[in-house]
Design a protein. Structure first.
Lengths: 141, 125
């Protein structure tokens, strides 16, 4: 698993495991609640919830699951919600290709990664073949 | 709310099926609903399906794909699908996500959706 370093100032709100389809639903509902608590409007709540739903499903479908860390804190000077997804899956061979609209390696429609990126304010992806994939997204008001 | 076993009810009124999705669907439930609706079209010879998603807080690419897949499949079975009541935030997010839903007709609410289906049926008579 590729560990993405957290800012020591960030507060850990929740850590969840994605193992089943139910976990995807549970985790995205959690994220929506934290977005609501952070005072985000309905559109931003929907954006971040949809973005993480794509990421959680990727972990479930391609890596058999993974770990989700929900944090809040200052991110590039903004009070933000930071969600980090880490898995032990096969990793992404060609990140540039995976970030292209319409590209999919599996049953997806290829909106997953580039679509999720458009819905958030910052998007960090690290992946190594054989070592897994880690994605961090941040959303602020 | 996460539903495990519960099915989403499908109601038949005249020539149409009415479905109101009121839970945050996990993937298998969405696929199950797709099959259920197609089976109901075959069983009842319904000519149209109204799917109310007004309480859905999120449509991601998977659910979007299930909805548009359902519309294509229903069309082959000579039934039209109208998605009604999509929340503005959901519509905004779907467009930003880049998801296109070809063949999916939409209406603002159930009443307008019903009118759409009735007009379609009348024009065929």
């Amino acid at each position: 698993m590729i560990e993405l370093v957290s800012d020591p100032g960030w507060e850990l709100l929740e850590e969840l495991n994605i193992e089943t389809e139910f976990d995807i639903v549970k985790a995205r509902q959690s994220v929506r609640q934290y977005a609501k608590d952070a005072g985000m409007g309905i559109v931003d709540q929907t954006r971040i919830t949809t973005a993480v739903s794509e990421l959680f499903r990727n972990m479930y479908m391609y890596a058999g699951g993974g770990v989700v860390r929900i944090q809040k804190g200052m991110y590039e000077g903004h009070p933000a919600l930071v969600i980090t997804c880490m898995d032990n899956g096969p990793g992404i061979d060609d990140i540039t290709l995976a970030m292209q609209d319409g590209y999919t390696s599996g049953q997806g429609m290829g909106y997953g990664l580039p679509g999720a990126k458009r819905l958030v304010d910052d998007f960090v992806l690290q992946s190594e073949p054989g070592q897994g994939t880690s994605v961090r997204v941040a959303k602020w008001k | 709310m996460i539903t495990n076993e519960r099915r989403i009810p499908i109601i038949k009124i005249r020539d149409f099926l009415i479905v109101s999705i009121q839970v945050d669907m996990h993937d298998r439930l969405a696929l199950q609903l797709q099959t259920q609706i197609l089976e109901e079209i075959a069983r009842t010879h319904a000519r149209g399906v109204l799917i109310d998603i007004s309480t859905l807080e999120m449509v991601d690419s998977f659910i979007g794909r299930v909805l548009s897949g359902m519309a294509s499949m229903a069309a082959i079975m000579d039934a039209a699908v109208v998605i009604v009541g999509m929340q503005p935030a959901v519509a905004i997010t779907l467009v930003e996500l880049g998801l296109e839903m070809p063949g999916v007709e939409t209406a603002l609410n159930m009443e307008l959706g019903m009118e759409m289906l009735e007009k379609r049926l009348e024009s065929e008579r």
